[in-house]
Ligand binder design. Structure first.
Ligand code: BES
Ligand code: MN
Ligand code: ZN
Length: 500
């Protein structure tokens, strides 16, 4: 989609729809909304007076213009209460308004800079939130097999601003918003893809495409190379599958003066999780095609980072495998040796994500990544705790964790820290190996995090459990049904903040 900034008077703009706004409770619209109201002979203030327009958050009212202004129609968007207004409100209402405008058959629409100058938001942040809300809200996974549908699509958005001095900031915000939101959409596309079309090999091919597009350095380890490196845990998971595993390494060097300072982003890439011999129930198993969401989000995040070029170094690691039951599959009770030499008893073959991450975190340590942030659809238990709203956060280093939580808040992605008390470690004890991969009943997300901590070692590390937030069963604001692309925006913001 094309998004541009134009220096023009809103009453002169020609578009399929002109999007203006109103805060809740405002009786006499000012600014751009006031100018349009006057051009329409007071139509908007009359609708406010009659109670049809209240300005409630997400309220959408179409006002017909009968040739009084060049735009085909005006859409008044409710911004809600002024004191509750944030960049995330802009994203949410822009997503909803963009879908409504698409439903009107509009191919291009113009919008004012919602929130410009209000609630501490600068022009750049507003423009970024507009671009993100529109792109994220208009996202739709393209149906497979059908030729490109002729249902109407929004192809272009113009942000109209009368003050020429703001144009450069608006353009900068649009570019950042586009880079980030289009990367989120890439993560969504990868995770929404059926598992037969997004195997470990396909994930690696996507990563190659991203590398080619952005100039990132890439290495993809195949099974032989992984055997040589001693990645026994990933190999244990992939043993039951005809699909070979892949270990993807993408590298961005934006701070060449400090080549030893490298942030690690590590994403779980289980292309399909049947549970293995500890087979999952059939009901809802199809959603396990999204079990590579962690891998998709780190690949997408480093793509956005490569486009935004912050002064930081970042490596993304994506261990990818398919978890299948078969005569070659690993069995409960098997013992694996992780790359760092630790042995793991496979108590439950369905706890495969932590096995992939054990090798990946060990690998991250051998190449000196610090801090490391891992992202994984790791436990059903986190869904029980937080539903699909909040990502579970765990850490061995509070300062890094606080920085991550701040980045999540900046990005508008909800995240909350859970404890990792030593007492829970009891549950991971094995009779036959250093540790076992399932902590049994109770605190499943915490015991999983404590398992990972053994492989992060002394490196400052944060673990994000996205089993609840990676996908939505129904469309909510700028997150559509299916994959959400969470937490791409948090990861990108974390790196941008670190570069400052
Ligand atoms: N991929 C699942 C977790 C999951 C569950 C993600 C629901 C999305 C929605 C993970 O590999 C898994 O199966 N975890 C087990 C661990 C248990 C066997 C210790 C779980 O949570 O049941
Ligand atoms: Mn599993
Ligand atoms: Zn899994």
């Amino acid at each position: 989609m094309e998004i541009t900034a134009v220096n023009q008077d809103v009453t002169k703009v020609k578009s399929d729809a002109l999007l203006i706004n109103l805060f809740e409770g405002v009786k006499q619209p000012g600014g751009a909304t006031g100018a349009i109201d006057r051009a329409l002979g007071g139509a908007i203030s009359k609708l406010i007076e009659s109670g049809e327009i209240k300005g409630k958050r997400g309220e959408i009212t179409t006002v017909h213009v009968f040739g009084q202004i060049p735009s085909a129609r005006v859409v008044v968007l409710g911004l809600g209460k002024r004191e509750e207004f944030t960049a995330d409100v802009i994203r949410r209402v822009l997503a909803e308004a963009s879908r409504a405008i698409r439903g009107m058959g509009a191919k291009r629409y113009a919008t004012i800079l919602h929130g410009g100058g209000i609630a501490g938001l600068n022009a750049e942040a507003c423009a970024q939130a507009i671009a993100e809300g529109a792109i994220l809200g208009l996202y739709a996974f393209k149906k497979l097999g059908k030729p490109a549908s002729d249902s109407p699509q929004v192809q272009a958005i113009e942000i109209v601003e009368g003050d020429k001095a703001k144009l450069a900031s608006i353009t900068k915000g649009i570019q950042a918003g586009k880079a980030i939101a289009e990367s989120v959409c890439l993560a969504r596309d990868m995770a929404n893809m059926p598992a037969n079309m997004m195997t470990p090999t396909d994930i690696a091919a996507q990563a190659q495409k991203v590398a080619k597009e952005t100039g990132l350095a890439i290495t993809v380890l195949n099974q032989k190379e992984m055997e040589k490196m001693g990645m026994g845990a990933i190999l244990g998971v992939s043993k039951g599958s005809a699909q070979p595993p892949r270990f993807i390494v993408l590298k961005y060097m934006g701070d060449k003066a400090n080549p030893k300072k490298v942030i690690g982003l590590v994403g779980k890439g289980v292309s399909f999780d049947t549970g293995g011999i500890s087979l999952k129930p059939a009901d809802g198993m199809g959603w396990m095609k999204t079990d590579m969401s962690g891998a998709a989000t780190v690949i997408a995040a480093i793509r956005a980072i490569a486009l935004l070029k912050p002064k930081a170094n970042v490596v993304a690691l994506a261990p990818c495998a398919e978890n299948m039951p078969s005569s070659t599959a690993q069995k409960p009770g098997d013992v694996l040796t992780v790359m760092n030499g630790k042995t793991v008893e496979v108590d439950n073959t369905d706890a495969e994500g932590r096995l992939l991450l054990a090798d990946a975190l060990s690998y991250g340590n051998t190449i000196g990544l610090s801090p490391m942030i891992d992202v994984a659809t790791l436990t059903g238990a986190i869904k029980t705790t937080f539903g699909s709203i909040t990502t579970g956060v765990f850490t061995n280093h509070q300062i890094t964790c606080d920085t991550l939580l701040k980045a999540a808040a900046d990005a508008g992605e909800k995240a909350w820290q859970l404890p990792m008390h030593d007492e829970y470690k009891e549950q991971n004890k094995s009779d036959v190996a250093d540790i076992k991969n399932s902590g049994g009943a109770g605190a499943g997300s915490i015991t999983a995090a404590l398992f990972l901590a053994e492989f992060a070692g002394k490196t400052p590390w944060v673990h994000l459990d996205i089993a609840g937030t990676a996908r939505n069963e129904s469309t909510k604001g700028y997150n559509p049904r299916g994959s959400t692309g969470v937490p791409v925006r948090t990861l990108v913001q974390f790196v941008l903040n670190a570069a400052e």
